[in-house]
Design a protein around this ligand. Sequence first.
Ligand SMILES: *Cc1c(COP(=O)(O)O)cnc(C)c1O
Length: 406
Amino acid sequence: MHIPFCLPLIDQDVITEVNDCLTNTGWLTTGPKVRELEAEISKLTGTPVLCVNSWTSGAMLVLRWLGVGPGDEVVIPAYTYSATALCALNIGAKVVMVDVGPDFNMDAEKLRSAITPHTKAIIPVDIGGWPCDYDTLLQVLDLPEVRRIFRPNNARQEQLGRPLLLADAAHSIGATYKGRPSGTLADVTVFSLHSVKNVTTGEGGAICLTLPYPFDNAEVYQFLKAFALNGQTKSAFEKNQPGAWRYDIIDQGLKVNMPDVCAAIGLAQMRKYTSELLPGRRHIFEQYNAAFAQHSRAILPPYQDETRTSSCHLYMLRIAGASEAERDAIIQRIAEQGVGVNVHYIPMPMLTLFKRLGYCIEDYPQTYRLYANEITLPVYNGLTEDQVSRVEYVCRNSITDPPSKE
Ligand SMILES: *Cc1c(COP(=O)(O)O)cnc(C)c1O
């Protein structure tokens, strides 16, 4: 039995919805399906939601809206997918990486010491679907000394009065923190709807707006909707109504809108996400937890505690005492038995681009420790009970060596 690491959900509901787009609405780019998907995500978050064509472009759009650019700094964790850094680098800002805590997420103490008068935003990441401790991160941004050194250079930054808390919730749609859903925990949150994520539009992202007073989130939504479309006040769909041809370009925007044919895929998934798809993922997590709880070398990923529930995006198993080399050998044995596993993530300071930019993994010891013995197991809707049992069996058999002496 061959079991891939990941497969997108393309079931009859998805096919019906895409078919409706192709044959009934006959509209391919941004139009009614995108607005329906935004409304569906908004049922979960209660916020204005703007869909765009990726997490990365959504984060760039938000940073540009805030006027972040050359001379500014954005603080991110060293343990994440590189897009978290690239959204800032690609608008000319400098990326300041901090080490993470034992739960894979941004460490508030490290954040505190990374903030300078140039800091304009921080982007914590809900790794694997496990929400960051947002209240503590926000407390850091609200410290009188942080507000005092903040140097606004436009009206929006002045209105905020401190660095922006921009959540990288690429993994965490459906997760909760203190009873509140992901999408409402920061100033702005961006979900990814990429093919490997919990809900997908092929490629896509969704921006949730919960900016503090005196921002008007409905107004910011209207602005960003145009800003994501070259700054154009009307989409082609809106201009297509009789007599509605006139438009304006209100600002120098990006071209990052989501096509309707993509939104249809996510719409079908989103309608049953909390009722079916998320519980399905949760069930797989629980099966793995039960299987590995008694294993002497298994360190289980964070999943739920008194304040948080995971969206069960990645099952990030860790092997106690394993070196990077032993972990790699275990993955090789698992792969030889036809099971796809993965590593999340190769820390950015170990990748060529970031080494060239001067980042050094020795500065992020906790990040390295978490990465070195990590193996991500498959979790997706459509993975059967038998397949989950097979994954457990193959993994348990592949983790045979005693822990190496440190
Ligand atoms: C997938 C991912 C992104 C990027 O998402 P795209 O939609 O592909 O741009 C960003 N951050 C994290 C942590 C991710 O896993």
